[in-house]
Design a protein around this ligand. Sequence first.
Ligand SMILES: [Zn+2]
Length: 302
Amino acid sequence: MKAKKLILLLPLVCLIGCYSGSIKPLLSRPEFKAENEPIRTLRVLLIADDAYRKDEIEEFVSKCSRLVEMQVGIRLEIVDGYEIKWEDELDDIIKMEMRIATDTWSKRDQFDIALTFVYFVHNIAGGKLPLGATDTFFWRYLFVRELDPYILLHELFHAFLLEKSHSNDWVMRGARPPYGNEWYWLTPEDRKEILRNKWRDFNVMPATGKEENRKSRESWFYYKMGSVYLQKREFDQAISLFNKSLETNPEYPEAYLSRGRGYYFRGEYDKSWKDIKMAQDLGYKIPAEFLDDLRRASDANN
Ligand SMILES: [Zn+2]
């Protein structure tokens, strides 16, 4: 008789044990809801190629919105969307991030997060984009491969948990739960952390880790973005991004060289020389070809 009772109890114990790490059983408590107030509405920019149906994406986002709001009082609101035609970015997640960041840079105040659907991606090198990804600079450029709430919730929560590594529980686990299992729920600790970062500014890189580390990453991001604009021959944007890069980290010779190139193309040779000298002083070897071009152009100008 005792043994029978024990057997009956076992599944119950496991069920309670499994739920104890998750906030799911707490959702309906009034104090839990009160802690989520006030609600923050995240403005979402949707980016997809023509492989997705607009209504499917919208339905997916609204389902995710309900799940996020229940847990941390954050609502997702689609404010804009555009159809993307990918070029050669598809094999490199950093290139994809740069593409999205540069495409949307001038509109960056109009949205909080950019959500990009990349279902068609089949050759992401080295398994860098297994299910989804988030840029680790601004934590605002999100990529998901499938319309599975687990994936978007996971990436979105990264954007608030910042540099926290994966846990073994629920939605912040590093691997996908078995199909059919709803692992959408945060742990109480993760939820607290997200509530702490709930009102963060997505246009500013959050201060995480060591200060120098953050600065060099921020500088690198602007430098890379400026390089994309330089390639597109949009010199004003390129120069303003190199300025930002150098403001953040003035010890960065590549950014001087690149800004020098930008000035060269704008016909501002004195400024170009100044940057080239800076890069040289920092020990950078300037390509001879560019030095020749600059010399010829500035001589002709004088
Ligand atoms: Zn992750």
